[in-house]
Design a protein around this ligand. Structure first.
Ligand SMILES: Cc1ncc(CO)c(N)n1
Length: 221
């Protein structure tokens, strides 16, 4: 059985919890208040910069040229295509680019991005792949499940769903799933157990990331 097929049951429970979270549910229905969504855009802007850094680190530890090249492309498309979506949201909401860039990360945003960067910086290439897989798989799956119920009558939320369920993002997700399977096959059972843990940690943070924006999480003191 492919490694990602083994991960699927646990992943599926987490994607289901995400789609049932009030923030995601309302985004899908088009009834979400704009305040938590603005908070999400700001936090995700910080997230994407660190996510891009994670790709840069994965590129630097890839031994195969094709994998190195794809991570370099991912770095480029994150900083340009994906962050452009966030810049356009910000412009529509009257948030300046300077303000976006100056966002302080919430405790969850900090913890999640530190986890990604740390994993790619000090662990193996396979650990880095396992840690970034939920970012692609989770968003693609969430957007596809929301789209299956129809796209909301709200421009920004519809754009969100279209971006993450679209062909380009779906292809990236499939590439990352295949890469995880290839790397897992080249690895030992102990490596695979560690990849599973790294994967689950990121997937759980994916849930928390929505919840933190919804609750407008901040430091207590
Ligand atoms: C938190 C989070 N996870 C995944 C993605 C997909 O790139 C994103 N933009 N933000």
């Amino acid at each position: 059985m492919a490694f990602t097929d083994e991960l699927e049951p646990e992943a599926d429970d987490i994607w289901t919890a995400i789609v049932e979270h009030p923030m995601v549910e309302r985004l899908g229905e088009g009834t979400l208040d704009e305040d938590p969504f603005r908070e999400w855009v700001r936090q995700d802007y910080y997230y994407l910069r660190e996510y891009g850094r994670t790709f840069a680190l994965a590129a630097s530890s890839a031994r195969r040229l094709d994998r190195m090249g794809t991570f370099a492309e991912l770095l480029h498309s994150t900083l340009n295509t994906e962050m452009d979506l966030h810049r356009s949201y910000a412009a529509e909401f009257g948030i300046s680019e300077d303000e976006l860039e100056a966002t302080d990360p919430s405790p969850t945003t900090r913890a999640y991005t530190d986890f990604l960067v740390r994993t790619a910086a000090v662990e193996t290439f396979g650990d880095a792949v396992a840690a970034v897989l939920p970012c692609m798989w989770g968003f693609n799956e969430t957007a596809r499940r929301l789209a299956a119920d129809g796209v909301p009558d709200h421009d920004q939320y519809a754009a969100w769903i279209e971006m993450y369920e679209g062909e380009e993002f779906t292809e990236l997700t499939d590439w990352c799933l295949d890469l995880m399977d290839e790397v897992a096959e080249e690895s030992t059972a102990a490596d695979r157990e560690r990849y599973r843990e790294r994967f689950l940690t990121s997937a759980r943070y994916e849930y928390r990331f929505w919840d933190a924006a919804w609750r407008r999480e901040s430091w207590e003191v």
